[in-house]
Design a binder for this molecule. Structure first.
Ligand SMILES: NC(=O)c1ccc[n+]([C@@H]2O[C@H](COP(=O)([O-])OP(=O)(O)OC[C@H]3O[C@@H](n4cnc5c(N)ncnc54)[C@H](O)[C@@H]3O)[C@@H](O)[C@H]2O)c1
Length: 253
């Protein structure tokens, strides 16, 4: 167990599966006081159990729909109630409904924005108040490299993730003198269990999303989590308002 985040309180959203579960594990292994949140209560509890079984402190579990303002507020409050402060917020909750724009329904369009943008916006709105009062905070959003390269079938998703990217730049400027940094980690396709499953069933289904990656493979979840941890650390004190791609070179600069 490391000590990089010893004594620091971290909220990770969307922690019940995929990249969020791995990010939570990285923070737990590095000594953080952790609050994990997700709409999937059962799976979220299982992630907390796994973390505890590995020898780290069991995270506080707060399940709910984070696209609701009251739920997001209660998650941030639980960090303060349990640990006395909030140092780091990782807005990871999200996920794409990836399809051609005209195949979307009003429901899938609304869900795309709810999942990816409202979750991040409400959590951030509540977190910044707490961070500003203390003069310290790190906010890391999971965005998407598809915002930069306009990947096929990603228009609706990019509308949501583009909002997440844009929110970070505005906040970074607004709170730059309050000790708060706000950044985005933008992955290309990531080899999550879900992506692995799709690839097993239909080996060619996601190939065009891999073909745009010069390194010729999806990102690993640990590669995304490592960048999140760097931006969330005290070392990243002069990095704010940035979108950092973890993408094997699929966009450059
Ligand atoms: N997998 C990829 O290739 C990829 C690429 C770029 C960006 N991303 C982004 O990375 C993040 C993690 O994605 P993942 O691939 O691990 O997907 P995932 O579906 O495994 O994880 C997303 C989690 O967010 C939760 N969530 C969704 N809506 C929520 C809500 N309203 N309230 C609370 N929780 C909610 C889900 O239940 C899920 O557990 C997402 O923001 C996704 O958009 C993923």
């Amino acid at each position: 167990m490391g000590s990089r985040f010893d004594g620091q309180t971290v909220v990770v959203t969307g922690a019940a599966s995929g990249i969020g579960a791995v990010i939570a594990r990285h923070f737990a292994d590095a000594g953080a006081n952790l609050v994990v949140s997700d709409i999937e209560e059962g799976r979220l509890g299982a992630v907390a159990d796994e973390i505890a079984a590995s020898g780290a402190r069991r995270p506080v579990v707060k399940a709910g729909d984070l696209s609701r303002e009251d739920v997001a507020g209660s998650v941030i409050k639980s960090a303060v109630d349990n640990f006395g402060a909030l140092d780091i917020l990782v807005n990871n909750a999200g996920g794409g409904i990836i399809k051609p724009f005209l195949d979307h329904t009003p429901d899938t369009l609304r869900t795309t924005i709810d999942r990816n943008l409202w979750t991040a916006l409400w959590c951030t709105w509540h977190a910044v108040k707490v961070m500003k009062a203390r003069g310290y905070g790190r906010i890391v959003n999971i965005g998407a490299d598809s915002v930069r390269n306009g990947l096929w079938d990603h228009a609706a998703y990019n509308a949501a993730k583009g909002g997440v990217h844009a929110m970070a730049t505005g906040l970074a400027r607004e709170f730059a003198r309050d000790g708060i940094t706000v950044n985005v980690v933008a992955p290309c396709i990531v080899e999550t269990p879900q992506v692995k499953q799709i690839t097993l069933k239909a080996p060619k289904a996601l190939q065009r999303f891999v073909d745009v990656v010069p390194m010729g493979r999806p990102a690993e979840m640990d590669e995304v989590a490592s960048m999140v941890c760097y931006l969330a650390s005290k070392e990243a004190s002069f990095v704010t308002g940035q979108v950092i791609s973890v993408n094997g070179g699929s966009t450059m600069l």
